[in-house]
Every structure is written in structure tokens, then in C-alpha cells.
Write a new protein. Structure first.
Length: 361
């Protein structure tokens, strides 16, 4: 260990969602389990899944579904490698082993969504202060990779480790009535944020407050990154916000994919961009979606400004992408969707070939 840094550029370097992808972390579903029930879960679960999560708390997800999602992940990995992308994977950690702080006890959930727990900005990789107790130690699955990237020259930092005591959550949270403003379950007691509530456009980073990301967390990130980056906090017509990447997706310079139900008016900072309205999802009602809405179809992954990975069964999205001038790359991922994410959620783009630039007015 006398030589802690290799010569050459940092192994971590990514400024946008669309520069040519060179290296990526793809999550795993090993040991995936229902999280311990907690008040923070209810606001973001589909209404028809809340009873299931209460009843199955701490138990494994159906093994046949875990296996199907595992097989899809392996196919996705092979697809990425065939497109010239280096793929890295986290290490399995025990998800049903109880752990405690001074104030509470929980079990884990999975290490399937690196996009949630780690944020890459430039040559820095940041461990996020997550709001769910069931995800308190999730980044441990990525520690071997984080140490490797650090020794290779990357910056490695971490948001303030939250206490996640009861004061962090509003016990009076209820579903907003139609027309009422969104009422978030997280308070401003301490900073929390998920990386998936941010999307990168070079010097400009788009953020939203959500049921896991508060203003305190956004301000912490703003100060941490400094004047080199500008964080823009946007609001959408989403009564259950959690993660921005099924609402607003920058696909290339001047090209924006939006959720037509949540983005009623295109934000002014995207003035002059081509705006594409995501087609209505066709996921059948019979397919289990434990942690997400059918709009997970928007959760695509750009390999560069043209190539985009999309769910193979999502014919409307594939047709739309072709019409808009992109090259869709179909991949089976419907069973993975059940766990709350798709291609963007399941990945962390560690390195893209590009430089820091400005794309917004």
C-alpha cells in the first residue's frame, strides 16, 4: 500500500447523464428482503402494497421473483459489456441480520439500486445520508469498490451519517387530498438525501425535495460541491415524490424526456430544449410493482447521446425513442422493475467520457 494512487486520470469521472459510458456499477438482488415497517415507507409505497409490506416486514421477497430479477441483471450486464462498457458489482451483505443504533433496530433491504445510495459528481463519489432505516448500512456492499476508486485517485466523501430518530419523520403524515400541496414525511431535523433525487447536466444539477430528500440535505450538498456546480430545486405535480428519474430525464444536450402527468409545465431552465413526452406505460396490472408506479418505464439508461437501454416489452417507449432519433437497445427487465427500479436505478455511471460544461441558460 505504499503506492496509494495510480498514475493517470481518476477512475471516477462523470458530469452528465449522457456522455459516452465507460464504467458502471450494476446492483445485485442477493438476499433482497422486505424492509422493517416504518412510517417513512407509507408515503412512497403503492397503496395496494402497504398491507404486504406490513405483513412481510423483515422477510425475503418471493424467491422465484428474486431469481428472475437476478437472471435479468445478468443479461443486462452482458448487454453492457457487449456495448463496450466495463461493469462492476457490489458484494452481497446479509440483509436480514438485525442491526441497532442507540435509538432503533432494523434489518436491511437489498443492494440493487446503487443510483440511490451513491452520487457521482465529476471525480467525486459521495455516500448519501439515506432517510430509510432499512438502508442504513447499504453502502457497505460497495465499500470494496469505493476503496479501490479512492486508491486510484478518486475523491470519496460521505454526507453526515443521520441518526434517523423519530424527530426526522412527521408522524401526522397522511395522503394529500386532490389539489392539496405535497406533504413530505421527512422533516428538517437533519440532512438526508437519496442520490436519485438529483440529475446531472454538467455544471447544473437538477434536484427535487421528496419523501427521502429534504431541503437540509440539498443545502448540505450545495455547500459541499461549492461554486463549481449550480443546484436547481424543482417542484413537480407528484403527491408521492421519491427520486426524479421517472419524472424528468435529460437524455442529451437539448433533449429532455418528461412525465406528462407530473411535469405540467416545462421548467424555464430548459427553455429551448426539445421536450419528449413519455408514452403511457403498458405494464399490466397483474405484474407486481412493490415500490414504484408504472412510470418506471421512464427509468432508461443512456449509453451516449444516441444509444439508450429500454425494457424489451415496452413497445410504446421503443417506438417513441426511434421516432425521436435515438437508438433503443431492448433488454428484459420487467421482473427487476418489481423491486422499485429499472436501468437507471440499477446502475451508477462511475465514468463517462466527457468534460465539465454548461448546458442550461
Amino acid at each position: 500500500m505504499s503506492e496509494l494512487r495510480r498514475n493517470g486520470p481518476s477512475p471516477v469521472r462523470s458530469y452528465t447523464e449522457w456522455d459516452p459510458l465507460e464504467e458502471v456499477i450494476v446492483g445485485i438482488v442477493d438476499g433482497a428482503s422486505f424492509p422493517q415497517w416504518h412510517t417513512a415507507l407509507e408515503p412512497v409505497l403503492p397503496e395496494n402494497q402497504r398491507a404486504t409490506f406490513r405483513q412481510q416486514a423483515g422477510r425475503p421477497f418471493p424467491p422465484e421473483l428474486v431469481q428472475a430479477a437476478h437472471d435479468e441483471l445478468e443479461g443486462f450486464v452482458q448487454l453492457l459489456r457487449s456495448e463496450g462498457v466495463t461493469v462492476r458489482r457490489p458484494e452481497p451483505i446479509p440483509q436480514r441480520q438485525p442491526y441497532s443504533t442507540l435509538d432503533w433496530t432494523s434489518t436491511g433491504m437489498y443492494a440493487a439500486m446503487p443510483r440511490d445510495v451513491l452520487l457521482v459528481v465529476g471525480e467525486e463519489i459521495i455516500e448519501c445520508p439515506l432517510a430509510w432505516r432499512s438502508r442504513y448500512f447499504e453502502t457497505l456492499a460497495y465499500r470494496p469498490l469505493l476503496k479501490e476508486y479512492f486508491h486510484g485517485g478518486a475523491r470519496w466523501s460521505s454526507g453526515p451519517k443521520p441518526e434517523l430518530v423519530d424527530a426526522q419523520y412527521d408522524p401526522a403524515w397522511t395522503d394529500p387530498a386532490p389539489g392539496e400541496p405535497t406533504h413530505l414525511v421527512v422533516t428538517e431535523f437533519e440532512p438526508t438525501f437519496d442520490a436519485a433525487d438529483f440529475t446531472r447536466c454538467g455544471r447544473d444539477i437538477i434536484a427535487q425535495k421528496s419523501h427521502v430528500t429534504n431541503a437540509f440535505g440539498i443545502e448540505w450538498l450545495r455547500r459541499h460541491l461549492g461554486d463549481r456546480y449550480r443546484i436547481h430545486v424543482l417542484e413537480f405535480d407528484d403527491p408521492h415524490p421519491m427520486h426524479i428519474d421517472a419524472t424528468l430525464v435529460p437524455m442529451a444536450p437539448g433533449k429532455l424526456l418528461i412525465n406528462p402527468e407530473r411535469v405540467r409545465k416545462v421548467p424555464e431552465i430548459f427553455r429551448g430544449w426539445d421536450v419528449f413526452h413519455a408514452p403511457t406505460p403498458i405494464i399490466p396490472d397483474s405484474h407486481p410493482l412493490y415500490l414504484t408506479s408504472k412510470w418506471i418505464t421512464m427509468n432508461i439508461l443512456m449509453l451516449d447521446e444516441h444509444r439508450v437501454v429500454v425494457e424489451r416489452q415496452d413497445a410504446p417507449m421503443i417506438d417513441a425513442l426511434k421516432k425521436w432519433g435515438f437508438t433503443p437497445i431492448p433488454c428484459d427487465f420487467r421482473h427487476f422493475n418489481s423491486f422499485g427500479g429499472s436501468f437507471h436505478c440499477a446502475t451508477l455511471d462511475v465514468r463517462r467520457r466527457g468534460a465539465l460544461d454548461s448546458y442550461l441558460d
